[in-house]
Design a protein around this ligand. Sequence first.
Ligand code: GTP
Ligand code: MG
Length: 315
Amino acid sequence: MVNANQDDVLNRIINNDHLAISRAISKIESDNDPNDELFSKIYPYTHKSIKIGITGPPGAGKSTLTDKIIQLYLKQNKSVGVIAVDPSSPFSGGALLGDRVRMNNYLWNDNVFIRSMGSQGNLGGLNRKAQEAGDILAASGKDIIIFETVGVGQGEHDIAKAADLTIVMLVPESGDDVQLMKAGLIEIADLFVVNKADRNGSEKLVQSIKSVLHIFKNKENFEPPVFKVSADRGVGVDELFDGIGNFLNDSSHQDYLEVKKIARYKNRVLNIVQKSLIDDFWTGSNMKKLESMIDELKISKSSPHKTAEKLLRNK
Ligand SMILES: Nc1nc2c(ncn2[C@@H]2O[C@H](COP(=O)(O)OP(=O)(O)OP(=O)(O)O)[C@@H](O)[C@H]2O)c(=O)[nH]1
Ligand SMILES: [Mg+2]
């Protein structure tokens, strides 16, 4: 049952009340309230936004570029929501200094909402939470939702991948093309950005990405474009912005966007089921049972697998 209070929250979110949005995202983060009913109610309002994921190594310039992209969308009278995910940060709610400064720039702007989320050590959960926060922003009517995440491993990539368009940002210091392939970046990138073009080695990196892409075409007949920019100086940003628009509007990409959307949906269901099963399993009694088993058995004798099996089979 949806109570009156929840309907009120829903209405406030739909009416782009930034305080209500912020509170809803805090609830998602703290996991105190699964908000199932709220999400089901919100879902019909979440389909209009375009989702963009940006991933790249720490300090590559993701936030700087996001800021430039926000400005360009605002010029087109579009509104933007940003979820900046920092997996290494235990903080939440915008505790990161840089992002907080950034957020303050838009404090009174109804067309921009920026929020940081930390991982508190649980990347899988973070992916689900980022998606849910994205839903809240979409329901508030934001035209564009940007998921910005520090790309170090698969978990972070999953967040950026769950978008209509995934941008992989690299800098001349990122390393060579072998690392590029190892990190699985080719598979997830729809568009590459080489940032800090003002630094030595950026053209070499562009060329090596292009040659790798040429060999490993990631999607049928589609070779992701590579843009060289200098985000803080604003060089190459307009071209990149056009590239984003072209990708999203290209009629030959519509099937691909649909496939991505379905994969995203499926992944979300998997995540929710996983969480629900795990939460159900680790009720107080199973947790107590584990504690007592650890007390009883000499852990050197029974393998973790055996102990897990006993718990799973309720022996
Ligand atoms: N030289 C140079 N510096 C840049 C450029 N773009 C951004 N920077 C600087 O790089 C630093 C990191 O930029 P951010 O935008 O915070 O990078 P980020 O990828 O968001 O960083 P994290 O969120 O910490 O991973 C800042 O000092 C920027 O001013 C650029 O094109 N050239
Ligand atoms: Mg950043």
